[in-house]
Design a protein around this ligand. Sequence first.
Ligand SMILES: Nc1ncnc2c1ncn2[C@@H]1O[C@H](COP(=O)(O)OS(=O)(=O)O)[C@@H](OP(=O)(O)O)[C@H]1O
Ligand SMILES: [Mg+2]
Length: 461
Amino acid sequence: MYVQTPAGLLVRLIHVIGLISWAPSCRVSFFPAGHRYNLDMAARMGLLYHPVLLASASSSSRALALSRARLPYPPTFHTYRRSASAAASPRLRPCRRLLPARAMSSSETAGNPYAAELAAAKKAVTLAARLCQAVQQDIVYSGVQSKADKSPVTVADYGSQILVSLVLKMEAPGSFSLVAEEDSEELRKDGAEEILENITDLVNETIVDDGSYSIYFSKEGILSAIDDGKSEGGPSGRHWVLDPIDGTKGFLRGDQYAIALALLDEGKIVLGVLACPNLPLSSISNLNGSSSGDQVGALFSATIGCGTEVESLDSSPPQKISVCSIDDPVDASFFESYESAHSMHDLTSSIAKKLGVQAPPVRIDSQAKYGALARGDGAIYLRFPHKGYREKIWDHAAGSIVLTEAGGIVIDASGNDLDFSKGRFLDLDTGIIATNKHLMPSLLKAVQEAIKEQNQAASLL
Ligand SMILES: Nc1ncnc2c1ncn2[C@@H]1O[C@H](COP(=O)(O)OS(=O)(=O)O)[C@@H](OP(=O)(O)O)[C@H]1O
Ligand SMILES: [Mg+2]
């Protein structure tokens, strides 16, 4: 418990009175670490600020980090995953230092109406990625993924969502509304105490390690922070859209996943960031399914009208990227879901055949596919969920703007733009296809022919 002396209580009361009148216009400036108003603002957000707890959390997380001198990830295999040599790089281990100051990119400076939101979004997903990296290393090291135990990924999913929500609340201007994948219902049930405790510890350790904020989450604070993500989105106002871990199956396997965050403004996606901790910073094309051992950890970002950039999660200078300029399908390669349960691989194979694509599919988990496509690692992305599946907006919001701002096109299989203004779901019952402007007309034709043939075959059964 935080112990207050009578004098302390008086000071706190004065601060709270001051904050009630000041806070609406001064939200960001109250929060730097160590600021005298932290206690009060943290309390307003359902958080605890506690110097003693912070100190002990800091030392316990240090011990934990020492125990995380980990084995590399598993070796490469035929679909795209990280190489052992890249995994052994010390750069990949959860860093125990402040987030490095990012070089301001051209998108974050003059002319970008969402510059402040972009900076906040990058910081949010970078911090969340750090937590996810630590958990994934533990999963792979302990072999938990082979036992179909989903609890570690659950801890990382919730933890990532809490950190993103925290950073956005503290750093992003304007009102706060978040449409996110997770809610706290399962964590409030009997039997979830241990997992809630793990999430609380992990989130607090990550905040202490980072050092940007002097706050500490109680368990109740954790639950209510998760429920910050319950917004329904919709056509009016501003809403952040978050998938805290996109590609959970890939995450469990030690493969690709992404932290995907976008901003919906008056029904349109205006900004997107994709943190892909296991994606090489350089191209993954022509690598035959394994990385060249280059640096891994890519952060894609895009703002409407400002293009798409990629930088390392360790903060290399951002670089503008664009989709490939291939105009002959014979030279094209295509991305699709790793999981056959998430996309019909037989249908995508018949589309590729119709188009004349020669290369075998490149299967990658998560919206890392959109990022890789945006920098020209491949030419086409095909996604055809099985009948009855409803696409969620957080599975495409960030990825789609990363691709379109790089010069790509994303549409549904009927040829319509994706509509993110309808709430938590995308209102479509066909698939999603993406490519450059040269290939789209022939791709759409091949897709529609293949779907027609599939429907005819099904009606004969
Ligand atoms: N049945 C079914 N059909 C289609 N899509 C589904 C299905 N179930 C889940 N999902 C969603 O797919 C997300 C994973 O994205 P991908 O398909 O790109 O990656 S993967 O290769 O399949 O892992 C995955 O995202 P995460 O849940 O964040 O991992 C889901 O939102
Ligand atoms: Mg997802």
